[in-house]
Design a binder for this molecule. Structure first.
Ligand SMILES: Nc1ncnc2c1ncn2[C@@H]1O[C@H](COP(=O)(O)OP(=O)(O)OP(=O)(O)O)[C@@H](O)[C@H]1O
Ligand SMILES: [Mg+2]
Length: 260
């Protein structure tokens, strides 16, 4: 069996989170090329998810969709946020296609059911079949129907965590614009485990931008949960040339590893 690796292209790096609907095309294309180069060097199965950045976070914040169906405007918010998330997904898929990959958009809002923002069911057979055929599934942070709240946002962390467990992923690579998790002095924390989590928790702030799903804190919490199931994660800086490719082919790069 080939190794299954899951990558998150953070909304913080592929968009400019300070300006609504701004893609960083050059960064996205470079990351796409690194993914494609790594696939030529190493035979592996890959899922490349991405966050919403300045696309859905703005409308999600306006309608507070992450809190569920809370007023008469909520369903309108649900429709708008799914459209904003899908717009960025089309751009990511288009870029991956251009660099030579065979990407296929996976829309969580039409295939998942969540409960309090955690995915409880998802028909994943199409994803398995796509992987078997060497294709590249591209899911993304999206709205979802929620059995408790009516609706919710499923973060890319939640999506990749669910898929890693369901499809036996070996590791998750989180690509952002910071070197990893930094401590109060701005120094890189190389490893986070259940043992040092309490100690470093106070360094984890939500995000430097609008982020309805909890920024760095949520990321680390979800990845620690996953580490207990044997799936390790690493947070790396995608602005450092070659880092994504190196980590994909199995080389060591600087970043924060989340493990048990
Ligand atoms: N201790 C920390 N070390 C590093 N970054 C931190 C820390 N605490 C908070 N952050 C912020 O968290 C951000 C990462 O979370 P954020 O959710 O904004 O990014 P993302 O997940 O890439 O975006 P998206 O959710 O749109 O995909 C970093 O860019 C940084 O601004
Ligand atoms: Mg985030």
């Amino acid at each position: 069996m080939k190794e299954l690796i899951l990558v998150k292209l953070g909304g913080s790096i592929i968009t400019d989170k300070s300006k609504p609907f701004t893609v960083r095309h050059d960064v996205l294309e470079n990351l796409g090329r690194e993914i494609h180069d790594s696939r030529r060097e190493k035979d592996m199965m890959l899922i490349v998810g991405h966050g919403g950045g300045s696309f859905p976070h703005t409308s999600a914040n306006e309608y507070q969709v992450q809190r569920g169906i809370i007023n008469e405007r909520s369903w309108e918010g649900f429709a708008k946020v799914q459209n904003d998330a899908a717009k960025l997904n089309r751009i990511v898929v288009d870029t991956l296609l251009r660099v030579g990959e065979l990407p296929v958009s996976i829309q969580p809002s039409s295939s998942c059911i969540a409960r309090n923002s955690r995915i409880v069911s998802w028909y994943t057979d199409p994803i398995t079949k796509l992987l078997d055929n060497g294709m590249l599934p591209v899911p993304y942070g999206d709205v979802a129907l929620d059995t408790e709240q009516g609706c919710c946002i499923v973060s890319t962390e939640e999506i990749l965590g669910y898929l890693a467990k369901e499809l036996n992923g070996s590791r998750i690579i989180m690509v952002g614009k910071v070197d990893g998790v930094l401590d109060q002095e701005g120094k890189l924390i190389q490893k986070i485990t259940p043992e040092n989590f309490e100690e470093i928790k106070s360094c984890l702030n939500p995000s430097d931008a609008v982020d309805v799903t909890g920024g760095m804190m949520l990321k680390v919490e979800r990845m620690l949960e996953l580490a207990k199931f044997g799936v390790d994660s690493i947070i790396i800086n995608g602005l450092k040339p070659g880092y994504l490719k190196r980590v994909l082919v199995g080389e060591d790069v600087q970043g924060t590893t989340i493990t048990i």
